[in-house]
Design a protein around this ligand. Structure first.
Ligand SMILES: [Zn+2]
Length: 504
């Protein structure tokens, strides 16, 4: 029996050009137990990501040997520093070199990794893999559907297949799909060929993601094509808009069994369907922070969720912007009940962690990570209690069941509960409030740094959700950014224009 040695690896980071915080080596080391090297990948049966899906398909087979290479990720933030790229590359090469001859590679890439001097970092790492195995060995790549798909990625991979859900709930399935495509390829059953069609369209994540129209009907259409003769998998990547790169845009992808005509037809069809719903994909108008608070005060029932989407950690924003806190403090007396707000602030936690409960303190909070879009805000408050992490990962944001937060401080300013954590948390997580004895679902107003992540944790109890228009690295108003490297025209930056995938 032919024996195939198949390498598996994962890189995960969404890099935001507008965040002022470069992503460093320690960010990779601190995220979910740090980078896993070689056999360490196999030691985490609890993980629920693409690697888990690859393992489901590839393990326990007599004809296959899994060669675990590396799994590296960091909280979304700013561009990855050059030093970090060198470090990750060294770690990767240290596994690839002794791995020897491989018969195939299954790699999960985010697709929107970008470094200070390397706009397409996914393509860069893909080149490292390709150089090791040579031009003939198949490489199948799983992508987040927020990938910015580049020519280099299409050239270097035999197949590119993205998640089919947002919020993302199919990481495992995507990993499994890719591993199956790789298996069928190394066994000579299929010969994957990938085509891509860029659409000049970027957008903030639509409110209901892929769960409702218009994205649902676009996604349902290409998922239905799985049944067509010769189709291996199609994908639609509505891009990650907060990146100022020359290949920015959404991308339709088609992987067929060696049929270039079919792949071209499908990407043109899919790109056209996506372009046709562009106006429906635009976000609803936002309220100013003051208007959001004023409106919240008029709503009967609770909790009212106010989202500061411009400061979403999951989109690479710092998470400690103070603009919305400023509005909360100014309008707190109009809200009849508790207003909750969480900020990560290691510095303030360090200053306050030994303060006695009941003591009044004055402290500068927030604005320490985000130095681009806000200032720290000085508040006088009462220390109400001090808790500790870890907390439950209610949002299923990572592959572990809990999230390390460090100390959790609850500060009271009249009816405002300002919760500070030492660590930055991917979320939003109701459990951060429960850790200090507050049930967030019973609060009057909960302010969350979230784009659509609240759908997983708060939507089912929210009386209303109001999006506040704050400044930040992930603003839903894309016209806030210069985008000087992005090809133009681009919808909606340049208004509406004619575009036809057949002529592009
Ligand atoms: Zn994504």
């Amino acid at each position: 029996m032919t024996h195939h040695r198949l390498g598996i690896a994962r890189f995960w980071h969404e890099s935001n050009s507008f965040s002022g915080i470069p992503t460093q080596i320690r960010d990779f080391e601190e995220y979910q137990g740090g980078t896993l090297i070689g056999a360490q990948l196999l030691e985490h049966p609890e993980r629920r990501d693409e690697i888990a899906g690859m393992m489901e398909v590839l393990s326990g087979r007599d004809d296959t040997e899994i060669v675990p290479l590396l799994s590296a990720g960091a909280l979304p933030a700013g561009l990855i520093s050059r030093e970090t790229v060198d470090h990750l590359e060294q770690q990767l090469v240290s596994q690839l070199s002794p791995a020897g001859k491989l018969d195939g590679l299954c790699i999960a890439l985010h697709g929107s990794m970008s470094a200070e001097q390397i706009p397409d970092l996914d393509g860069y790492f893909l080149q490292v893999f390709r150089s090791h195995v040579g031009p003939e060995v198949p490489i199948v790549v799983a992508l987040d559907c927020h990938a910015i798909v580049t020519e280099q990625m299409v050239e270097l991979a035999n197949a590119l297949i993205a998640y089919r859900t947002h919020p993302h709930t199919d990481l495992v399935e995507t990993g499994a799909r890719c591993a199956q495509v790789l298996m069928d390829t190394v066994h000579g059953k299929i010969h994957p060929l990938t085509r891509a069609r860029r659409v000049p369209l970027i957008l903030p994540p639509p409110d209901d993601g892929t769960m409702v129209d218009p994205l649902k009907k676009v996604f349902d259409a290409f998922i239905g094509w799985d049944d067509l003769e010769g189709v291996i998998a199609c994908s639609m990547c509505p891009a990650f808009p907060f990146q100022n790169v020359s290949e920015q845009g959404s991308t339709a992808l088609a992987v067929t069994d060696g049929d270039a005509d079919l792949a071209n037809r499908l990407v043109n069809d899919l790109a056209g369907r996506f372009w046709d719903v562009r106006h429906e994909l635009l976000p609803d108008p936002m309220l100013s922070p003051a208007e959001a608070l004023e409106y919240a005060a008029t709503i009967e029932g609770a909790p009212v969720i106010i989202t500061d989407s411009a400061d979403t950690v999951g989109g690479g924003a710092p998470g400690d912007n103070t603009c919305i806190l400023d509005a909360v403090l100014a309008h707190r007396h109009t809200i009849n009940g508790l207003i909750l707000l969480h900020l990560p602030d290691a510095d303030a936690v360090e200053q306050l962690k030994n303060v006695q409960v009941g003591q009044t303190v004055t402290v500068a909070v927030g604005g320490k990570r985000d130095r681009v879009f806000c200032q720290p805000l000085t508040v006088t408050c009462e220390m109400l209690c001090i808790g500790r992490g870890p907390i439950q990962d209610d949002a299923a944001a990572g592959f572990q069941a809990t999230i390390e937060t460090g100390p959790i401080l609850c500060l009271g300013i009249d009816n405002v509960r300002l919760v500070l954590t030492e660590r930055v948390i991917l979320g939003p997580q109701p459990s951060v409030f429960r850790a200090i004895g507050i049930e967030p679902f019973e609060a009057e107003v909960v302010v969350l740094k979230t784009g659509i992540g609240y759908k997983m944790t708060y939507a089912h109890v929210a009386e209303a959700v109001l999006r506040a228009n704050c400044p930040g690295a992930q603003s839903y108003n894309l016209k806030n950014y210069l985008f000087e490297n992005v090809p133009r025209p681009m919808f909606p930056l340049d208004g509406d224009f004619d575009w036809n995938p057949q002529r592009d």
